[in-house]
Design a protein around this ligand. Structure first.
Ligand SMILES: *[C@@H]1O[C@H](CO)[C@@H](O)[C@H](O)[C@H]1NC(C)=O
Ligand SMILES: *[C@@H]1O[C@H](CO)[C@@H](O)[C@H](O)[C@H]1NC(C)=O
Ligand SMILES: *[C@@H]1O[C@H](CO)[C@@H](O)[C@H](O)[C@H]1NC(C)=O
Length: 343
């Protein structure tokens, strides 16, 4: 633990991931006023980065997070620290995964790269959106995760990313960000305005995966709505959130929920009937090196998609997730080696 300071050279290097000189620009949006300061951070174990998504189990334990070497880790409190919770079968079989000698970008397709995480609280199962291994699930005690699906409609998954579980039915909603480019070439999705992403559903009863929408531009985070009538989907480009109706008169419709002031990653329900959308990068700023001392890293939308709060962080910091718990915001970042907290 410690205060979040201005960052290391590494953060600046990783900022290049989203170098916006290469990215189609999104129209400027008005930005509302409230700001939030970061308070603490939990350092990840040595050698791993990339807490892209965070989850807490039904007992309130965690956070759990997926990291760059293919594992899902569990935080057991300051006395226990981080332990390995789950991984794909390959993780233990391939020595390069457990004893890395090359950058994780070169081994992630072999070792796995867990991005989105979501618990089904009734069963205690953790669903894992692994960018390379597909949709996975592991029981409450963790260890080797079972691969549930690696493709849909005859098209293999290529970049599985965001995930959420409908707690009432156990059905799972997730995204495949592009059928063209894998995660490690994610900037190509933006540079080439790729629109081959998909929104998918795993039916917990039939164990079948259905394509709800295809031909989508960079679908990333997913959140089931508070009333379970729709799922919110963040599109990294073109800086938008959409909603796909699951039930009711609009079932099957896909419509715009909000234009966002930055490039979104994960979406999570907040405690007030709305959603936290984490932003990888603010609009109109080519990269985080050029950001001012504080810059926008997340926004809270109300149920109608209106921006009601914004979150700022120090220069060089980008976010992939904002998860609210008991008034505390837990901040995940695919680029950093820690998880941040904001009270
Ligand atoms: C960000 O912008 C600054 C100023 O133009 C530039 O020096 C730096 O190389 C850029 N970084 C990346 C990662 O593009
Ligand atoms: C949230 O706060 C309530 C009331 O203080 C407490 O009972 C509960 O255990 C807390 N949950 C977590 C996950 O900390
Ligand atoms: C899952 O499949 C069952 C059985 O066919 C069906 O009753 C249920 O509505 C499906 N769930 C969803 C979310 O489509």
């Amino acid at each position: 633990m410690g205060r979040i300071g201005l960052s290391s050279a590494r953060l600046v290097l990783f900022a290049g991931l989203l170098a916006a000189s290469l990215v189609p620009s999104c129209a400027a949006a008005e930005i509302k006023t409230s700001t939030t300061e970061w308070s603490f951070r939990l350092l990840l174990p040595n050698g791993v980065t990339g807490a892209e998504s965070l989850a807490f189990d039904a007992r309130g334990q965690g956070p759990y997070t997926g990291v760059s070497d293919g594992r899902v880790l569990k935080w057991g409190g300051s006395a226990v620290g981080w332990t390995t919770f789950a991984h794909h079968a390959s993780y233990r079989k391939i020595p390069l995964c457990t004893v890395p000698v090359v950058p994780s970008e070169e081994t992630e397709s072999l070792c796995g790269r867990p991005l989105g995480l979501a618990f089904h609280h009734k069963s205690g199962d953790l669903y894992i959106a692994d960018a390379y291994k597909g949709l996975m699930r592991v029981g409450p005690d963790g260890r080797e995760a079972e691969v549930l699906a690696t493709g849909a409609d005859g098209v293999p998954f290529n970049f599985v990313n965001g995930i959420d579980v409908d707690q009432a039915t156990g059905d799972v909603y997730f995204t495949d960000s592009s059928v063209t480019y894998p995660r490690r070439f994610n900037t190509e999705i933006m540079m080439n305005a790729d629109a081959t992403g998909r929104l998918l559903k795993y039916n917990a009863t039939t164990k079948q995966v259905t394509v709800l929408e295809d031909g989508l531009p960079y679908p990333n985070g997913v959140a089931v709505s508070h009333d379970r009538t729709y799922v919110v989907v963040a599109h990294t480009v073109p800086c938008q959130a959409h909603r796909y109706y699951l039930r009711g008169p609009k079932a099957g419709h896909y419509e715009l929920l909000a234009d966002l002031p930055g490039y979104p990653d994960n979406v999570r329900r907040d405690g007030k009937g709305g959603y936290w959308v984490a932003l990888n990068q603010e609009k109109g700023r080519p990269n985080t090196t050029m950001a001012p001392v504080k810059h926008l890293v997340g926004v809270r939308l109300d149920a109608n998609g209106m921006e009601v709060e914004e979150l700022t962080a120090a220069k060089g910091v980008t976010l992939s997730e904002v998860t609210e718990r008991n008034g505390t915001k837990w901040l995940g970042s695919v680029e950093l080696d820690y998880i941040g907290l904001v009270s």
